[in-house]
Write a protein that binds this ligand. Structure first.
Ligand code: NAP
Length: 481
């Protein structure tokens, strides 16, 4: 068996492990082991690459792996759950950069091999029908990787507060983007047209193409803001996957093609699901503006209405003697890290014969599946977490809807206020419950930065305070009933 055979077998096994790992990621119960399985797959793919004939520079490669591993490990260990989206975005950008550099390297290697050998300037027809198709996967890898790289860095900056979270606008925005896209196509065709003349001419055009693609990533993501950021991250994720897959084509590397396609397909599916959850079309996310121009009216008469407060002891009575309580977790629960206390409260209530369920909105928190992960960490049984479509019809029978650190996902403006940035987003029907209790620290708005009429509803009572502190008081009071 040659070393090429061994590395191909390693790639095949790695690809199977990626698929198996991804399958296990679909449930919080199996997700950890799924991650581990996919990680083993990646180690195998790396090992397979190491033994490929012609491999060298091992010292440099090991140094590069160490440089990537140490900060990656430390960042992943230290990151707070609430900062996960920007972390994902940063890692995604690194994937895009890898695909870009690998494609660039392959393209330059190919050009170098051609330099001076073709001799004559090819006709436009030859350039388009022979040269361009041969370098097409490499050029596409450079473009997609570059867009993903800078786009993800901007998304990271926005979520980290380094760049304005608001959608940035400037004159002739769309025509400028169209010009940049045309520039990329022009540079690709020109690079193919001048390939045979001189390596350096072609190289110049490929650098132009690369710089324009990097610029396009920035120009595309800067105008997006507000609640569209999670969708953008998901789009960029699929872009990185595609970049890796086409790079795999260019290098004839099966493992890269499979892994890239998996990431691309998973990212695309997630994008579609999130667009559905927010009732947004992908075109509107990418070409429209969200959370920017129309801020929506303040909650009707919010300034002259008042919010009614409630004490933890009263809440405990309401819930302790209820038949059915639906808990709505949101971003604030994650900030307060109060997931274990919610589970404790849930168990106390169940012991008293109260039926407790959790309503999970697909974009609650700051990343897809945020609430599922958070509650799984506290060992809340998975069957108690119900998706929006399943739980919404149950609110009418609920005696209490307990909203903990959630805001936008229960904001009725999404149904009624056409000027609101969240208009059209399906929400949890908390307002249909007989009583509504809201735990939040004060009058802070949610991610979309808008007022919420629900907090002024006649059925709503506010239990002000940090979610952890409020839940501690609540559990103590329920124990004392
Ligand atoms: P939200 O609308 O952001 O509201 C969170 C609320 O929690 C705030 O009003 C805040 O009010 C309260 N809060 C913050 N810290 C708290 C603490 N320590 N204790 C108690 N309350 C606290 O959250 P959401 O309802 O979960 O909605 C998620 C939003 O994020 C949506 O707009 C969604 O589109 C967006 N988004 C989602 C994702 C995703 O993939 N899931 C990613 C990015 C963005 P106070 O300041 O008054 O306490």
């Amino acid at each position: 068996m040659t070393s090429t055979n061994i590395s191909e077998a390693a790639y095949l096994l790695a690809s199977l492990l990626f698929i198996f790992g991804l399958k296990r990621l679909s449930s919080p119960r199996t997700a950890r082991s799924g991650n581990l399985v996919a990680g083993i797959g990646m180690a195998l793919a790396l090992g397979g690459t190491f033994i490929l004939p012609g491999m060298g520079n091992f010292g440099w490669i090991i140094l590069a792996i160490a440089i990537g591993t140490v900060p990656g490990w430390l960042l992943a260990k230290r990151v707070k759950m609430t900062a996960m989206p920007q972390m994902v975005s940063l890692f995604n950008g690194m994937g895009g950069a890898c695909a870009m550099f690998i494609s660039l390297g392959e393209e330059l290697k190919w050009l170098n091999g051609l330099d001076g050998r073709v001799g004559l300037l090819p006709s436009l027809r030859e350039a388009l029908t022979q040269m361009l198709p041969r370098s097409f996967p490499m050029l596409l890898g450079i473009v997609l990787g570059a867009i993903s790289f800078t786009g993800s860095l901007i998304a990271f900056g926005k979520l980290q507060g380094l760049v304005s979270e608001k959608p940035l606008r400037w004159p002739l925005q769309k025509p400028i983007n169209v010009l940049v896209v045309l520039g990329i196509i022009g540079a690709a065709v020109t690079s193919a047209g001048v390939i045979s003349v001189n390596y350096h001419y072609a190289l110049t055009w490929i650098i132009v193409l690369n710089v324009l693609a990097l610029l396009l990533g920035v120009l595309q993501v800067l105008p997006i803001g507000g609640a569209d950021m999670p969708v953008v991250i998901s789009v960029l994720n699929s872009c990185t996957g595609l970049a890796a897959a086409v790079t795999g084509f260019a290098m004839k590397n099966m493992s890269m093609i499979i892994a890239g396609t998996l990431v691309g397909a998973a990212g695309s599916l997630l994008t579609v699901l999130m667009c559905k959850a927010m009732n947004r079309s992908l075109a509107k996310v990418i070409f429209g503006s969200f959370g920017g121009t129309a801020q929506g009216r303040a909650a009707a008469g919010a300034s002259d209405k008042s919010q009614r407060e409630i004490a933890a002891s009263e809440c405990a009575i309401m819930m302790g003697y209820a038949r059915k309580v639906i808990i709505i977790p949101g971003y604030g629960l994650a900030v307060a890290q109060a997931q274990h206390l919610v589970h404790e409260l849930d168990e106390l209530l169940e012991k008293r014969g109260v039926e407790v369920k959790y309503a999970i909105h697909p974009v609650a928190g700051r990343m897809p599946g945020h609430m599922n992960v958070l509650l799984a960490e506290a060992d809340v049984p998975y069957p108690k977490l119900l998706d929006m479509e399943e739980i919404n019809p149950e609110f009418e029978q609920a005696d209490v809807a307990l909203i903990i650190g959630a805001n936008d996902v229960v904001n009725p403006a999404a149904r009624t206020d056409a000027a609101s940035p969240i208009y059209g987003m399906p929400i949890l029907n908390a307002d249909k419950a007989k009583n509504i209790i809201v735990i939040k620290r004060g009058r802070g708005t949610g991610f979309a930065g808008i007022e919420n009429d629900l907090f002024y509803n006649a059925k709503t009572r506010m239990l002000f305070g940090d979610a952890k502190k409020a839940l501690q008081e609540l559990t103590t009071e329920v124990k004392a009933l």
